[in-house]
Structures are given as C-alpha cells and as structure tokens.
Ligand binder design. Sequence first.
Ligand SMILES: N[C@@H](CCC(=O)N[C@@H](CS)C(=O)NCC(=O)O)C(=O)O
Length: 208
Amino acid sequence: MPAEVRIFGTVISTYTRIVEITCQEAGLSHETVATPAHSPQNRHPFGKVPVVEVDGLELFESVSITQYLDNAHNGGALQPTDPAARAGMDRWIAIANNYLFPLFEHGLVMPWIMHRYMGAELDREKVDRALPNISRALAFCDAEIATDGAWTAGAFDLADVFMYCVLRGVQMTPQGEVGIAQCPQLSAWMAITEHRPSVVATRWESEK
Ligand SMILES: N[C@@H](CCC(=O)N[C@@H](CS)C(=O)NCC(=O)O)C(=O)O
C-alpha cells in the first residue's frame, strides 16, 4: 500500500511546496491540511510549517522531511551518491535556507503577501531597504549557474527543489520578477524548471 503523506502547512508556503514537490517526484499521494504557522494546531516546536505525517512518523524541518521521503520512498533518486556532488547539493540547500530565504521572505515576499492578501499597506521602506542585497544574491546565483551549472551538475535533485521554491516566491513580486529577468542564467533555469511535472502539479492558486 503506497504511503499517504499528510502535510500540515499554509497554502502559500515555500517550505510546504518543497515537501509537495518531493512527494510528487517520489510518486507519493499527499494532502495538504491548511495549518497556519504559530497556530495552536501546529505541532512544530518553533511554530514553523510544515509538519508532516507519514509511515506513522511525525516529521518537521524540510531537510529532514524531504530526505526521509526520498530515502524511504524514492530510492534516494533526488540525492547524488557521489560525495562531491552531494556536498554541492547540501551547500545549495544550506544557502537557500540560511541566506536566501530569510533575505527574500522578510524583505520582499512577506511585505507583498501582507499587501495582496491581508489588505495591509505595502511596506515600501522595508522593500527598498532589502532590494540591494536581494539583487546581489540573485546576481550571485546567476554567476554560479554560469560557472558550474544549476546547482549540482547532473540530474534534478533536492537542491533544485529548494532553490526553485525559494526563488519562485521572489519572482511573483513585481521587483523580484524584474530582478530575476535581469539574470539570464537564472531566468532560463526558472523557465525550464517551471515545466517539470512535479512543479506544475504543485502550483500555488495564485500561479494558475
Ligand atoms: N527550517 C524550517 C523553515 C520553515 C519555514 O520557515 N516555514 C515558513 C513558511 S514557508 C514559516 O513557518 N513561517 C512562519 C514564521 O517564520 O513565523 C524548515 O526547513 O522546515
């Protein structure tokens, strides 16, 4: 009996989508149960989403969740076995989680989400303050693709999953769309990746 994955997360969420794409890649059926971060029903000890139930386990933290799903249900197909390629994948996932996501999320993505969906005034000051660092980060990613390919040379892996979801939120803001369009390698990679079946199957409502 194939595993059924229950994902407790918010509807427009980078990390919920990371887990959803991994499920799609692994051919696992999955259901996302709308669960706000920091809500009483959220079981993440630090209030983050997503939390996942699968195989009688409760998992949290996207690195742990995605590696479990890929190892237990996909033969590890999303993780290179060559040690150097593996180190490259881990490095990009760490860059996405530790540097890119916080910069993009707080400086650009959340101000626009609050404005578009919560009726708040756009915090232009916050956005303007973040834009130079965001441009530098996008240029760094662009240059890295030009040098080494995206992100770990070879097959689509978990670094692609994390990087796409982190960058897609940015691309859906007006400033982020322009910023990514100015990065030829990055925009070409985004354009190819958005057609991957697992990515198409997990589009946010606002992308349809
Ligand atoms: N380290 C966590 C990060 C998850 C995360 O930051 N999720 C966002 C939604 S995409 C969240 O919960 N935001 C609410 C907050 O930070 O308060 C993971 O890898 O799962």
